[in-house]
Ligand binder design. Sequence first.
Ligand SMILES: [Zn+2]
Length: 188
Amino acid sequence: MTHPSSRLASGSPPFLAPLRACAPIDARTSVSGVRCPACSGVDDKVIDSRMTDDGSAIRRRRECLTCGRRFTTFERLEELPLSVEKRSGDREPFDREKVESGIASAAKGRPLDAVQISHTAEEIEEQLRLQGVEISTEQIGRAVLDRLRELDQVAYLRFASVYKGFDDAADFQREVRLLTKATEPKRH
Ligand SMILES: [Zn+2]
């Protein structure tokens, strides 16, 4: 099926190296005007800054000065083109709006607002970008599922039913059982 490790080993380094050489990262400067995911305020203070493991981005822990919410941003010097390998083997450029609309339709009628959904899609994109410049639709699907599992279980199940291609009630039941197992032990 897919071979994520070999794909990572091939694409990344040649793309990253020249960018780093011509645009050194200055960890002291920070992008301003980042919107708080909770209240949309734009004033925040940076609590912590560090380079991601692969050196391609700066991860910043921020605290909103309006509501106190803490959140994380990843800053990149330049956006590298992110290529998606589809199940058919075809490739296409990554499109965050597709991820966003996938989440939005799974979250229809659920208590997830547009800001949360768009922020979630951003986080997913950043997470995927750290995995390399070539990713698979499977990686995208799994990243979305991981986030939705924490955010909203109904949206998670709806997305899973489309993504995993459930075709009967038994599949759905199995997934509900797995989900219950994953969340229940804390209560014991
Ligand atoms: Zn806030």
